[in-house]
Design a protein around this ligand. Structure first.
Ligand code: HEC
Ligand code: HEC
Ligand code: HEC
Ligand code: HEC
Length: 525
């Protein structure tokens, strides 16, 4: 499509709220969302129940089980994102070796994997080492809030427990009798089972719509095709005690959706101090630098919404749920995966019909190669900033009179550097959803970390300069393996200068395996 035609299509789409007009000549037949009377009960949670009425959507949804195919940067194998030492059969090249260092002291350091399809969500969740599977009392030491993005059973739990749900222990809802893998993200996550209309179930999204004065029934169909994904593919945090229902999830969007807006937002929203003012919010204290940190999680929607596609009114579904023809009917593919898995790049060519698959693929890779390179630089610099502050914290030599003020700012710059890095690292497209914003965000990350290093040097009158000179891989080697079990092993923790900083955990036997609660007889040894 030529530029002018594209612009006209975009204008029309914006004007009418029907993105399917985008120069895709044969989609014009599908101008409205079909509605149905299914007779399926509103409480139905399992995808199987929809198979008979909607075989096409059901069958394509089951393709989300596929877990063998990688693309250059992404794909559907749940590999450890920090590990390039044990390449996958297909040879994964683009690991991020410093993830465990940057999350030192936070459960993310135990295990963090590449996402795969929705049908795996419950299974992958109950097997991740971030949930405590070693506690003698069976607790997971995470709030039940985590279930919000794994299963539509949430609707029943919220109806039953209300806001007391969130602060229950996550493992109270673990086990096959509570939630089965069949109830992983399923049709009811995005559809009203009775009519198949798109509808949100996620409490934090509904809160955001209310807070920003939006009524779901008045939102355009096109935007709904994105907002159902924004139920989960977004940054969130858990409400601090005293600021509302404890541990209720919230989208921190009141000041905007960029990394800048997150950084400003989290300057408050922590627990209230003695004067009744909100303190800065933090997720955990970094075990090396002792800086109160923010963990950003998958801000896919926030990144995408003001990028070249988001701003032009393209929706998540346009690229991740392309239209396919079946028996002469157009249906949405429910295989929500990387469009790069398709050699023909058909999802893209619905609109970019004048471009070849090779050209489109090369544009994605062009963006990803450059983003990944800067991501790794920002990541290494963030590690160096933590190390600088760690050394300065312990500094006993001569100090300038404004030492405390310099260190306070240095800590804030460590926090800022890592928040901006994570905004890009945790985002799922390696830059493609918004290339300019992501490179800009990485630049702010890098300069903030550099500022932290400069301030720590100044605070120690350059006394720590020697220890910061050289290759960061020699100063702070990447932590490539770490787990809850290994944290019980004092000898293992001695092997890396940063794992040494972690407390040794008491020896405890495994109390959970996936959905199975191991009996005490099994666990005592
Ligand atoms: C213009 C097309 C386009 C749009 C619109 C789009 N994406 Fe993507 N998305 C991509 C591409 C390309 C990738 C990179 C895939 C790869 O490298 O294999 C990607 C990657 C992803 C991934 C990671 C896939 C994987 O293999 O792990 C997720 C998750 C994702 N997008 C979610 C979203 C969400 C949510 C939205 C809307 C807020 C969205 N995308 C909008 C094209 C798009
Ligand atoms: C993550 C969200 C999500 C899940 C899960 C989901 N859908 Fe959809 N579904 C959509 C979106 C988005 C559309 C496009 C709606 C539109 O264009 O107005 C859609 C469209 C449909 C349609 C309308 C016809 C079509 O193909 O466009 C049917 C029927 C449907 N889905 C059935 C199902 C069934 C059955 C399941 C479970 C096996 C399911 N969906 C799971 C998001 C979802
Ligand atoms: C209820 C929360 C939720 C909703 C709603 C949701 N996702 Fe996801 N999505 C997830 C989770 C969780 C995973 C990772 C699952 C895993 O790795 O086990 C995921 C994974 C993905 C992946 C990676 C798949 C792969 O093969 O690597 C893509 C792409 C994706 N989602 C796109 C979408 C799109 C597009 C929508 C909206 C139509 C959407 N998601 C709605 C939670 C959600
Ligand atoms: C629903 C229609 C639609 C789909 C699907 C779509 N695009 Fe686009 N694409 C657009 C529009 C609209 C623009 C903005 C054009 C403009 O502003 O001039 C755009 C712009 C672009 C650009 C130039 C902007 C930039 O990022 O530098 C590239 C490259 C691109 N698309 C690649 C892709 C790829 C790759 C896919 C599939 C993963 C894809 N598009 C899917 C409509 C679409």
């Amino acid at each position: 499509m030529n530029k002018q035609a594209l612009r006209l299509a975009v204008f029309l789409a914006a004007f009418t709220g029907m993105v399917v007009l985008f120069g895709c000549t044969d989609t014009e037949t599908k101008l409205y969302t079909p509605t149905y009377t299914t007779g399926i009960p509103a409480t139905e949670l399992s995808s199987k129940a929809f198979k008979e009425a909607f075989p096409s959507q059901y069958n394509s949804y089951m393709k989300n089980n596929e877990s063998e195919v990688m693309t250059e940067y992404k794909g559907s194998i749940a590999y450890h994102k920090n590990d390039n030492v044990n390449p996958l059969p297909i040879g994964f090249k683009h690991a991020q070796p410093y993830l465990k260092n940057l999350w030192l002291g936070y459960p993310f350091m135990y295990e963090y994997n590449e996402p795969r399809g929705h049908t795996h969500a419950v299974e992958d969740f109950v097997n991740i080492d971030r949930l405590d599977s070693f506690s003698p009392d069976g607790k997971g030491h995470m709030p039940a809030t985590c279930w919000n993005c794994k299963t539509p059973r949430m609707m029943q739990w919220i109806a039953k427990y209300g806001d007391s749900f969130w602060s229950k222990d996550v493992n109270e809802f673990r086990g096959k009798d509570q939630v089965t893998t069949e109830e992983s993200i399923s049709c009811a996550t995005c559809h009203d089972p009775g009519t198949m209309e798109l509808r949100p179930y996620s409490e934090p999204l509904k809160d955001w719509l209310a807070r920003s004065g939006q009524d779901w029934n008045k939102i355009s169909r096109n935007e709904k095709r994105t907002l159902v994904c924004a139920q989960c593919h977004v940054e969130y945090y858990f409400t601090a005690k005293g600021n509302g229902p404890a541990l209720r999830p919230v989208f921190p969007w009141d000041l905007g959706k960029s990394a800048d807006a997150c950084y400003e937002y989290y300057k408050s929203h922590g627990p209230k101090n003695a004067k009744g003012e909100e303190t800065p919010f933090y997720d955990w204290i970094h075990a090396a630098s002792k800086v109160p940190m923010i963990k950003i999680q998958h801000p896919d929607y926030e990144t995408f919404h003001d990028g070249p596609h988001g701003a032009a009114g393209v929706s998540c579904a346009d690229c991740h749920m392309q239209f396919v023809r079946e028996d002469g009917k157009k249906v949405s593919s429910h295989w929500m995966t990387s469009p790069m898995k398709d050699k023909e790049m058909r999802a893209c060519r619905q609109c970019h019909a004048d471009k070849t698959a090779d050209y489109l693929r090369s544009r994605v890779l062009y963006i990803q190669d450059r983003t990944y390179k800067q991501l790794i630089e920002a990541e290494r610099h963030s590690v160096k900033a933590h190390e600088a502050v760690r050394l300065a914290n312990a500094w006993t030599g001569p100090k300038p009179s404004n030492f405390d003020a310099l260190m306070q700012e240095a800590r804030d710059m460590v926090r800022k550097g890592q928040l901006y890095w994570d905004y890009v690292s945790a985002e799922n497209s390696i830059g493609f959803h918004n290339p300019t914003k992501q490179l800009n965000t990485l630049m702010v990350s890098y300069t903030s970390s550099q500022k932290a290093i400069d301030l720590a040097l100044e605070a120690t009158k350059f006394g720590i300069a020697d220890k910061l000179t050289g290759n960061i891989e020699d100063i702070v080697p990447p932590i490539l393996t770490m787990s809850r079990e290994l944290q019980q092993d004092a000898e293992f923790l001695q092997k890396n200068p940063w794992t040494k900083l972690l407390p040794v955990k008491p020896k405890t036997a495994r109390s959970w395996k996936g959905q199975e609660r191991l009996s005490m007889a099994n666990t005592s040894n």
